[in-house]
Write a protein that binds this ligand. Structure first.
Ligand code: SAH
Ligand code: SF4
Ligand code: F3S
Length: 459
């Protein structure tokens, strides 16, 4: 009997890409994607550990699966990814019916782990510094957008962060392999690629740095848009700014995590830049590329954050006018340096008050920025159709603003001109004026419209 597998994904894009990798590894070994929870023989939760809430939500989800497991004792439930690595044995103590646990470096062995499954839960969470999943082909959903992992792990040691402790040290995929993969994707019909890594701009392979890699990927025939996430402010070079500004196929969009605008907090976080250095990058980007959109990540309530520190961050949010921002209250994570050596001393009410205030400020700014487009015409690459209303198409502008408009004759992969009629703080809504350029036929061979789903996003 063919085993059917369903993967639920939590956390960041690295995990979304890893779920496609896992589905690729499993289908190559004879598994099939399941169409629904009920028909799955194996349910895999690909998990996140970055904040306590993320883990709590996944534990809640696991509890929800108990009735299904009771009904069908042969159903296998696996937990993989960052929380699997973080909790390991402890996860099986908490949730005894979990059948297997596998960390981010153990996906290659998942077919054997599942096939050899014995009575007792299998736990495989060792790091493997050499694992880059060379030779494993991800199974991507059909369409025009594809994730491409160029780097695994992280060599930074931001004190608040668990990621290096659950994903291990930085490893870079050889540039030749990345280019082969992107060419293959372009031939299949993918025209938008997003290069993924925890600190993409530290990428290096011989004399190919990230700026050079980005330029090479942008010049692969058939690739219309290249996005990347996330760069680190340290080492955000002039060369990279130049590539972003001048390569027509590179998105005019940069997600540049700030975390805090207080230098003493940046030191405590070991971010390795000052606020002034961060601002310099933003200014240069805007000077060289006036159409650039910049977004960020911020943490409030980190150890020792005074009211004055917080006010600096609040002011920076106002001054930088980010297109959008992911804003978080500090959540202490075991294994992190801060958990071991610093005191989580900001009361939860203070963290929440600061967070609510900046969420409100940022929402106003985003709304203003998006609304400022009303009445103008934007170029959008069509990425799909609206799930709620199939008469509407969805795509992104060159500066990564999600845009919804009437579908007309356009198809995924086309560039269209849209006149913006209205906007929210996250979307532009408009009318299609014309198709500027027809795309190639979207990729369908790799079709898995089911089998991988996104868990609820977490804040
Ligand atoms: N490698 C990426 C970040 C990955 S984690 C980078 O450096 O940009 C994504 C975001 O989660 C971080 O940028 C940070 O803002 C937030 N984050 C990480 N650890 C956190 C913690 N312990 N509490 C709250 N937010 C955290
Ligand atoms: Fe975490 Fe810092 Fe690495 Fe990003 S750069 S993953 S925040 S340690
Ligand atoms: Fe991503 Fe969460 Fe892991 S943010 S790297 S899935 S801890």
């Amino acid at each position: 009997m063919t085993m059917k597998v369903l993967i639920e994904t939590y956390g960041c894009q690295m995990n979304t890409a890893d779920s496609e990798l896992i589905m690729g590894i499993l289908t190559a070994a004879g598994f099939e994607p399941a169409h629904a929870l009920e028909e799955a023989n194996v349910i895999i939760l690909n998990t996140c550990a970055v904040r306590e809430k993320a883990e709590a939500r996944i534990l809640g989800r696991l509890t929800n699966l108990v009735p299904l497991k009771r009904l069908r004792p042969d159903l296998l439930i696996g937990v993989v990814g960052c929380m699997a690595k973080h909790l390991g044995e402890k996860l099986v103590e908490k949730v005894p019916y979990v059948d297997f646990v596998a960390g981010p470096d153990k996906y290659r062995t998942l077919p054997e782990i599942i096939a050899n499954k014995r009575k007792k839960a299998e736990i495989h969470t060792e790091f493997d510094r050499s694992e880059l999943y060379t030779g494993c082909t991800p199974k991507r959903p059909s369409g025009v957008t594809a994730w491409v992992t160029i780097q695994r792990g992280c060599n930074y040691v931001c004190t608040y962060c668990i990621v290096p402790h659950v994903r291990g040290g930085e490893r870079n995929v050889p540039a030749a392999d990345i280019l082969t993969e992107v060419k293959r994707l372009a031939e299949m019909g993918f025209s938008v690629v997003t290069l993924l890594g925890q600190t993409v701009n530290s990428y290096v392979d011989g004399d190919i740095n990230f700026a050079k890699l980005l330029r090479m990927v942008a010049n692969v025939e058939g690739i219309e848009q290249v996005r990347f996430t996330s760069p680190h402010p340290l080492g955000f070079s002039d060369e990279l700014i130049e590539v972003i500004a001048t390569e027509p196929h590179v998105a005019k969009f940069v997600h540049l995590p700030l975390q805090s605008a207080s230098d003493s907090q940046l030191v405590a976080m070991r971010r390795k830049y000052t606020y002034e250095e961060y601002e310099t990058i933003v200014h240069k980007l805007r000077e060289k590329c006036p159409e650039i959109a910049i977004s960020t990540d911020i943490i409030v309530g980190f150890c020792g954050e005074s009211e004055e520190d917080y006010q600096k961050t609040r002011q920076a949010i106002i001054d930088n006018r980010f297109a959008f921002a992911f804003l978080f209250a500090y959540s202490e994570r075991s294994l992190s340096i801060a958990a071991r050596t610093m005191k989580d001393d900001i009361p939860s009410e203070v963290k929440q008050r600061r967070l609510a205030e900046i969420i409100d400020i940022q929402q106003h700014i985003s709304k203003e920025i998006y609304e400022s487009r009303i009445g103008s015409r934007v170029e959008v690459i069509v990425e799909g159709y609206s799930r709620r209303n199939s008469d509407q198409a969805v795509g992104n502008t060159r500066d990564f603003k999600t845009t919804i408009f009437d579908r007309g004759d356009c198809e995924p992969g086309d560039w269209v001109e849209v006149e913006v009629d209205s906007a929210t703080s996250q979307t532009l809504v408009g009318r299609q004026i014309r198709i500027i350029k027809k795309g190639r036929a979207p990729a369908v061979e790799n079709q898995i419209d089911v089998g991988i789903s996104l868990g609820p996003t977490e804040n």
